[in-house]
Design a protein around this ligand. Sequence first.
Ligand SMILES: [Zn+2]
Length: 410
Amino acid sequence: MSVTPLTRRPLRCAVAVAAALGAVVLALPPAASAASAEPGNCPVKDDPSWSGWTDYAQLTEELDQIEQTSKGRVQVDVAGRTTQGRDLYAARVGTGDRVLLVTSAIHGNERTGTEALLGILKDLGSSDDAATHQLLSEVTLVAMPMVNPDGGELNRRINVRSWDETLAQFPQLAGAPRAWYHSLTGDGIAQPGYDLNRDFNPDLDYTPRAADLPGQQTDAGFFLSPESRAIRDTYTALRDEKGAVDAYIDLHHMGPCERITGGPQDGKLVTVSLDYPPLGVNDGAKYKKDWPKLDQDKSRRYAVTVANGIADAFGSQSRLASTARYLHPDTREYAGQGRSAFALNGTGTVLFEVRGQQDDLGQAQKGMFVKAVRTGVESLLGGLASGTADTVDGDTFFQLPDYGWETTAD
Ligand SMILES: [Zn+2]
């Protein structure tokens, strides 16, 4: 695919959020826009090679190897198939009652989570120490390390799926406007697709209806893509089998140059930022009548568990522990995100946003970012197993520093 660097500029999670917030974008500090990406100690590139990152073929091979080496401990299932025919893998390890589902690369060009999950699966599948066996008796981990491989192979955010293909599957939508999160082009590549992280509905049995289209950011999504449906199906099967999915982590990337505001790492570049579900004012109060299982504090407890685990592993001054709160003004509302839909069903959900995408940073700092993500996921696994994730004070989430948005976004 030949595209110019100019049109290849990726839409980052944070930028997309800021644009959707309208007036708020004007008040954000310059560091929140792609235009502020400066050379020097925050070097960025326009279109570096991503050959150093795991692609779909390598993922397939690696998962096969992990499954074989584990001698039955890791089970790799095909949870669905993309529009272009790629398998969507769900790898499962552990037999415990505490259940963690993790998805990565739902935005195809956000890749550190894929590497982190492969590392975790490899270790949990082959380590024979007592601590590993103990952990696997307490938790069940289902990892979906690449849930948008069609987008990933194009190194872009959205998946690949036309509106005609959507109508062929859901003929009842004929004549309705396209869903608001369906685009005709993505990251400069003129192939249509969906922002998959807007395609979720808390009604997990939802069937697409013409009257609900096109929808908007504060509405639930419509499960119009095979990728989001595969994640939904994996979630509901786990819930039905185990009684509940305790936790869900969604692994992403944000803009490349954000700096911590306040705390022991004031002024340092963010390594990873964390969030609980964005469900509007008063902590999602308007949802609680219809979705009584919503527990925003549970999501914050799990996020705190992640942040504490990273700081404990590396020390609070470590660059790996340069952890922030992700952009989340009170009014922020993204009902169609997977983490929102699953939270409304009672799961504690944590968003990871690693600083910079491979489009900006290439492989620079890849090892550090992957290690931070991996340690964060492992921290929640450990916290679920020991129970500390349930008892930590969720309010301490608000003591994590932001990156300059708190005082300017109101
Ligand atoms: Zn993302």
